[in-house]
Design a protein around this ligand. Structure first.
Ligand code: 0X9
Ligand code: ZN
Length: 333
């Protein structure tokens, strides 16, 4: 243990092997058993891909800092796996933040909805003409850590062991967009720690590579909780988007989606200015119409009863996003 500590690892706790085995078995509290932990998420994704071989494929886009595979379900009746597509693409990401477990449920619920309705004319059209990617649990390590003792830890960041032995980088401050300026912290112990450098974390590196490798992506939704908001760039500065046409597209899309969720649409910086987030980077670097949804609720842990409504309404909003992914500019032309 001393040698492990001397190479910078944290000795958090000392347990007998029996205590460790008992602790490892812990999961979501039983009242929240409807939520999917990492193993259940992977199992469900595999079942969805196996049950729909003509429409779906599943692949790992990389590994987390603790080595878990980051899984991506692709919905496309043509290309499978990592084969490039020239069809317009949409990307949905859940669980940047560990304790925001409802975001994994909404992502999984979206995948299930699209596959369960694959033979309706509208959904079939999207499966045939778009390239849809769903990454439900980006921060799998953090999500597992958050539930590992059987009661919630309120953990937000990833599981990086920092130089000062504190745990975690805020993945939604680690993107290279005004990195670690306003609304982010250089202190490793802070919940908004931006990391030692932009894209220092394998999870954000994976998303960077994923997006840079797929020039066909036009729209992106990053699910967070909780506030009941639909946010669009800029997040890192409180000036409106310079490109007025793009701003009009963002506003129209936000209106279209919030008609289904009842969330409040606004520029991210209206909530608070925070640099280094997913959407500023995806829009700024790749011109993707990238949104943050802050799911509804009064807590990070809204209970199992919150899942159905959040899924139902956010699926409708996501389907709206798909309906404009072929050409978001059609909304303002
Ligand atoms: O702070 C965040 O990363 C997001 N909120 S959360 O409570 N889920 O952590 C908001 C990201 C959107 N960006 C800004 N509001 N600037
Ligand atoms: Zn969040």
């Amino acid at each position: 243990l001393d040698r492990i500590a001397s190479i910078g690892q944290i000795i958090e706790d000392r347990l007998t092997i029996h205590e460790y085995a008992a602790q490892r078995l812990k999961d979501f509290p039983s009242s929240d058993a409807a939520y999917h932990n990492y193993a259940e998420t992977v199992e469900l994704l595999k079942a969805m891909a196996a049950g729909n071989p003509d429409e779906a494929s599943l692949f790992s886009i990389g590994r987390t800092v603790e080595g878990r595979e980051i899984w991506c379900l692709r919905l496309n009746s043509g290309e499978k796996g990592e084969k490039p597509s020239s069809k317009p693409g949409a990307l949905f990401i859940g669980n940047h933040h560990a304790r925001e477990h409802l975001t994994n449920e909404v992502s999984l619920g979206l995948a299930a909805h699209l596959l369960n309705n694959k033979n309706t004319p509208e959904i079939r059209k999207y499966l045939d003409t778009l390239d849809i990617y769903i990454i439900p649990m980006l921060n799998a390590d953090g999500a597992e850590y958050d539930i590992a003792t059987g009661s919630y830890r309120w953990h937000r960041k990833n599981m990086r062991v920092n130089a000062d032995r504190s745990i975690g980088v805020d993945l939604n401050r680690n993107y290279d967009s005004l990195w670690c300026e306003a609304g982010a912290s250089h202190s490793p112990g802070s919940d908004t720690y931006c990391g030692p450098a932009p894209f220092s974390e394998p999870e954000t590196q994976t998303i960077k590579r994923f997006i840079e490798d797929r020039k066909n992506l036009r729209t992106l939704m990053s699910y967070h909780s909780y506030a009941g908001l639909l946010l669009y760039p800029w997040a890192g500065k409180d000036t409106p988007l310079e490109n007025e046409k793009d701003r009009a597209v963002f506003e129209k899309m936000a209106k279209g989606m919030t008609a289904f969720t009842g969330y409040k649409p606004e520029q991210s910086s209206d909530l608070y200015v925070a640099t280094g987030d997913t959407t500023d980077w995806a829009y700024g670097n790749s011109g993707i119409f990238a949104f943050t949804t802050e799911l509804e609720g009064k807590s990070f842990y809204p209970g199992a009863a919150a899942i159905d409504k959040a899924v139902t309404n956010n699926v409708k909003a996501a389907v709206y996003m798909l309906s404009v992914t072929d050409d978001p500019y059609k909304l303002v032309n």
